[in-house]
Design a protein around this ligand. Sequence first.
Ligand code: ATP
Length: 269
Amino acid sequence: MLVLEGLTCRFGAKAAVDDASFQVAPGSFVGVIGRSGAGKSTLLRTINRLVTPTQGRILFDGLDVTSLRGGELRQWRARSAMIFQQFNLVGRLDVLTNVLMGRLATMPAWRALSQLWSEQDKALAMSALEQFDIAALAAQRADQLSGGQQQRVAIARALVQQPDIILADEPIASLDPRNTKIVMDALLRINKHFGITVLCNLHSLDLARGYCDRLIGMAAGRVVFDGAPSALTDLVARELYDLEAADVMGATPAPMPQGVPALGTAAAA
Ligand SMILES: Nc1ncnc2c1ncn2[C@@H]1O[C@H](COP(=O)(O)OP(=O)(O)OP(=O)(O)O)[C@@H](O)[C@H]1O
């Protein structure tokens, strides 16, 4: 269980996240929504401790994440895998090595430095690639892949971290509708088949409604909505998004999941 208690993150006088308190049950798929600048990215980055909170606490299964330092903090970052809008792969390295990077936190420093991957880790990485139908790309340089393929590699890397929670920060923001569906389906599969909790920032409200069990709405750093997608009426959504409402609500049809996608069924884009 992830618990946030009065979490606040200030940049100078501005509170990017302002007194956020909520709990996320294991195995849920939670969408964080809100207009640009609402504080969604900062919230996820603070949970992962890429950003240091100014006030409040983050607890995970009773562990006080806010006070972690050094090796313990590195372990937490491995347990809370981040997925970024821009994929964050090492472009000059091949796909398999990029996925194996997800195993670094489990290795002794000398092996991590020389990147001596065990056969077991290689098998795990290949299996993750197979699950997203990109095993055939294992030997290719990451920067030769399409955006959708790169994001699937990033998701495979997150999966081999064997995380408790995945924090996905606008994972489909730079993708076309077809790849948006492939990547959202991959996250849904991880959530439903492996039971890994997903906390996912999404700009598109329609997408959030289609994929998430629960939505947390942010405005000016504060949590202003927390409930089931069905409870988010158009009126509340319009208040949440203000002038951006037309852009995020049904302007272009958002892809919807057709049930929970089986493993290894993503189209080989
Ligand atoms: N490192 C930083 N230094 C100063 N201000 C920051 C920093 N990071 C974020 N902010 C500010 O905090 C606020 C929240 O930003 P954040 O990126 O978390 O919002 P967001 O909802 O994720 O927006 P977007 O969807 O545009 O990414 C914004 O006003 C932003 O300018």
